[in-house]
Design a protein around this ligand. Structure first.
Ligand code: SAH
Length: 353
């Protein structure tokens, strides 16, 4: 079904739609130029043609969790595990700084080796050497006290995708020791502490329905995160979902556009997963309303090992090559990369939204 121009206009003007209309908008896999151009218009109104870059440092692939979709889950015995030490992480930041990065994202599995004390030491060292940079953590579920300790050490952003906002679906994707309730608690704790928070979900994860996607949107309206990261689910052979199909490019792009229209001010990355399922996936993501890219700063020797899903792109190049390649891709899509911390542009009270 082609969604009518009036629906797109209503969403663009009001930033919202009734449940049934949103489901109809998402319930099709068709390329919809109207939807994408409305999202691009709104993105340009708020952010112009600027694209923010975040340097991703995947510092450990050890994980105590066993999420059914994830290639670095505890029970994947064929994963070759690695950790970066503090000096290696600082070297990644130094190289990143030279290349124009002003945000470093430390992402990893939930690795007990990195105790709160170790994380705080690493964060303080980065904070001291790079006072003008944002430090983002993406290391999973912790207690509020731990989140507070990282914040006091100098971290100011946190990425934790909710993965799916419907409890039944959440329990299809995760073992019994994980719960949606706990995940939500973590997200609200992070907000209360004062972090800029990023959440998000996979598109096309096993068992996901259109109603689940609607629940994701409604949850995000409640959370009001600064960043929303989404990407297609991609199969990994060493997981219980080995036989499940990956998510589609089309639905992921539609979702990016709907997010841009519902959250005009959000930072929305055009993700590596999107670039993995289609050679021009990240460019298409930008054109559909995304405004952030997150190239990899990890040392090349560990790149392939942080294998959340199969055929992950950008595992062979040095950071500088990666940065150059991305610059060309962003320009080719009609935008340009800026060297800035790239905080979310919050609406002014006088704005209509
Ligand atoms: N341990 C951290 C980082 C997880 S990896 C945390 O819990 O937040 C970052 C994201 O990759 C996950 O939140 C998930 O949404 C995504 N991911 C994991 N496996 C994936 C897969 N098979 N396909 C697509 N995305 C995946």
């Amino acid at each position: 079904m082609k969604v009518s121009e009036t629906t797109v206009k209503l969403l663009a003007d009001s930033g919202n739609l009734p449940d049934e209309v949103l489901c109809a908008l998402l319930g099709t896999n068709e390329y919809d130029a109207e939807l994408f151009s409305a999202a691009d218009r709104v993105r340009r109104e708020v952010y112009g043609d600027e694209v923010y870059i975040r340097g991703l440092i995947e510092f450990t692939n050890y994980c105590k969790n066993n999420c059914y979709y994830c290639g670095i889950r505890r029970d994947n015995k064929s994963a070759v595990r690695y950790r970066l030490d503090k000096e290696e992480i600082l070297d990644c930041c130094r190289e990143g700084y030279r290349l124009g990065f002003r945000t470093f994202v430390l992402q990893g599995g939930e690795d007990p080796f990195f105790s709160d004390m170790r994380i705080c030491e690493i964060v303080s060292a980065i904070r001291e050497e790079f006072p003008d940079c944002a430090i983002t953590l993406s290391i999973g579920e912790k207690t509020k006290e731990s989140y507070l300790a990282f914040f006091n050490a100098g971290a100011n952003r946190y990425l934790l995708r909710h993965e799916t906002a419907e409890a039944g679906h959440y329990s299809r994707l995760h073992p019994k020791d994980m719960s949606l309730e706990k995940r939500k608690r973590c997200l609200f704790d992070l907000k209360e502490i004062g972090y800029q928070v990023g959440s998000g979900f996979m598109v096309g994860s096993p068992g996901q329905t259109i109603e689940n996607l609607l629940a994701d949107l409604r949850f995000l309206q409640e959370l009001q995160p600064d960043m929303i990261g989404i990407g297609p689910y991609i199969t990994h052979a060493q997981t219980p979902f080995a036989k499940c199909e990956s998510g589609s490019l089309e639905l992921t792009l539609r979702m990016v556009s709907v997010l841009r229209l519902m959250f005009p001010y959000a930072l929305i990355p055009s993700t590596t997963a999107l670039g993995t399922i289609h050679p021009k996936g990240r460019e298409l993501g930008l054109k559909a309303g995304a405004n952030v890219v997150m190239p990899n700063l990890s040392p090349v020797r560990v790149r392939k090992l942080y294998e959340l899903y199969e055929n992950k792109i950008c595992t062979g190049e040095e950071a500088a090559q990666c940065r150059g390649c991305l610059e060309r891709r962003v320009e080719s899509a009609g935008y340009h990369i800026v060297t800035a911390v790239g905080n979310v542009k919050k609406p002014h009270s006088a704005d209509k939204i």
